[in-house]
Design a protein around this ligand. Sequence first.
Ligand SMILES: Nc1ncnc2c1ncn2[C@@H]1O[C@H](COP(=O)(O)OP(=O)(O)OP(=O)(O)O)[C@@H](O)[C@H]1O
Ligand SMILES: [Mg+2]
Length: 249
Amino acid sequence: MTEVTDALLYLDGVTVSFDGFKALNTLSFVVAPGEMRAVIGPNGAGKTTMMDVITGKTRPDQGTALFRGSADLTKLDEAEIATLGIGRKFQKPTVFEMHSVTDNLLLALKGDRAPRRVLFARETLSERARIDEILETVRLSAVRRRLAGELSHGQKQWLEIGMLLAQEPELLLVDEPVAGMTDAETADTADLLRRINQTRTVVVVEHDMTFVRALDVKVTVLHEGSVLAEGSLDHVSADPRVVEVYLGR
Ligand SMILES: Nc1ncnc2c1ncn2[C@@H]1O[C@H](COP(=O)(O)OP(=O)(O)OP(=O)(O)O)[C@@H](O)[C@H]1O
Ligand SMILES: [Mg+2]
């Protein structure tokens, strides 16, 4: 099938059971290289579980999960999948609060979780250039010397996205990035993901429909572990089944 080899991410027939309950039920989800996809759906629909399968945190009982048409995500461990080029941002920011914004990015660039060793060595010129570029992308240049702990909630989320970018992922998975953000931060985050999507493939899970609309990308609606609808936001919003299980809440 051409679809398998053309896709950057290819999930088919993926089932995950927890004590007999199917969190994912023969799920098919295909993302093209360079695409940004929004994933929506009610609580418990399986959105986070899908990301767990893609990142090797959860093994499916059945099904296919391929990256770049060949790497079998059901066989690789989390570290191997990260090295392949899949980066994931969890909902809660996990920045080093007692270190500066710049040092957080340096730590991420070094891929080393031992701050003292890394920060003692300082950065090379190429690392400095890369940090400047990431600061520009995530719009944190003006606060680069501040301690991460002093940033707003939204800024911490952007810093963590920047730390993910330091690892140069080809595919970025982002779970509920705008939860707890102000309206202005939410709008800025949509802009940020669109900028990132100019060079990387993005899958973003979010409940905030204003944000999803601002992304202006194809939407997949999950329900009970399967795809209920897929298409533009206007298309899925007009689907009575989507209104019933999710949008009409
Ligand atoms: N480790 C686990 N053990 C048992 N059940 C689990 C586990 N992980 C998820 N589940 C269950 O699987 C279902 C899907 O959960 P999941 O977290 O993927 O939903 P979600 O779509 O991300 O929901 P939300 O919008 O609330 O984040 C839920 O019923 C959840 O309780
Ligand atoms: Mg979730």
